[in-house]
Design a binder for this molecule. Sequence first.
Ligand code: CFM
Length: 474
Amino acid sequence: MPYHEFECSKCIPERKKHAVVKGPGETLADALPLGYLNTIPGTISERGCAYCGAKHVIGTPMKDVIHMSHGPVGCTYDTWQTKRYISDNDNFQLKYTYATDMKEKHIVFGAEKLLKQNIIEAFKAFPNIKRMTLYQTCASALIGDDINAIADEVMEELPDVDIFVCNSPGFGGPSQSGGHHKINIAWINQKVGNVEPKITSDYVINYVGEYNIQGDQEVMVDYFKRMGIQVLSTFTGNGSYDDLRAMHRAHLNVLECARSAEYICNELRQRYGTPRLDIDGFGFEPLSASLRKVAMFFGIEERAEAIIAEETARWKPELDWYKERLKGKRVCLWPGGSKLWHWAHVIHAEMGVDVVSVYTKFGHQGDMEKGIARCEEGALAIDDPNELEGLEAMYNLKPDVIFTGKRPGEVAKKIRVPYLNAHAYHNGPYKGFEGWVRFARDIYNAIYSPIHKLAYLDISKDEIATDKGFETRQ
Ligand code: CFM
């Protein structure tokens, strides 16, 4: 499997081993792109930082919590702008964002007083909310503010509140993935085991590594409920702080995104003996297999079969309608982490598209290994690409659509490549049987939308767009 050298990155020799082309009959052992390394200075990586991974990916989907960043106000920006992890409490966690707003003078004189004042002010402003997560940022970590001590002080003064402290400043890992790890471990160390839940079923799970993007969690929890399973907590989409303190009482951890949340599952297994079962909510076959696996664990197979039969009968004809029209379309599958392997094979098998490239911004080599194993021969696999590499790949591969985030997505639009939001989705949820059809519909609309014709229209000329292309106005 030859490494692929980008023309635009010839001047950055460190990039040489970060991309490969999947050759015919080659084994993954021949060459895997390097991965999960420190970002190379000068490549203008599009990764997030370890604070972002901890707070914006895993912390803030928790719904009944004030999420406070101790740092400059800009660090909270993502909360409002780019995330779509909705919740059934009127999206409290998405509506507000909190920062201590550190300035230069705090760097000189310290910001612990400022932090305490902010915490108390936030609890006063929202008297119904008694839980808080507190995040270290680069600025407050560098000056050595002791946020644990302040949290303890406040909890002593206000006995009805509970505060979780996350020490994952931006520089604390090669990418957001380092932050995932830190918050997983911090949560189990500080909070799990502190609350005793009410058990209402013989079958009790934690649903882990699921962030309720546009309602994914609600779709999946509905299946579990129909099977008679109690979902004790969701780590963390639409999840409740106190439910997540009771994770130790589940019989099984059902793990969706292994990239971001396998750490807590592994710890729960070690400390409490709870088994981990990896599942996949994307795609009819993987989802059916997942429901079967969960059911098999509890010996309730017939309940899973009933749901699979009902949902497949309802949604499969629609999926096939889209598959017919998407066959052979060329796709670049360019998400952040685990979606390259969650999606690569199943979109080919169930929607007929060909995956001509996979990339991951912060995945580990194991993620890349799975992604490459599941995409088409000849596909280009890239670790932590920069904008110019992405552009070069699109010019060479000429995809019909790319699945990626909104920043690279805007770049794609500029060269008239349709893009679909792989992170926050367009019209999600994408999980579940219905969700998978929604995904297919979004792909179909992205590729066939007449808007692309208009995008090519040069309004300085006297042209109109028609079904057959462009014609001169009469
Ligand atoms: Fe897991 Fe995620 Fe992902 Fe991820 Fe993410 Fe995300 Fe993603 Mo954006 S936890 S690794 S850090 S599936 S936020 S919900 S879409 S890059 S592929």
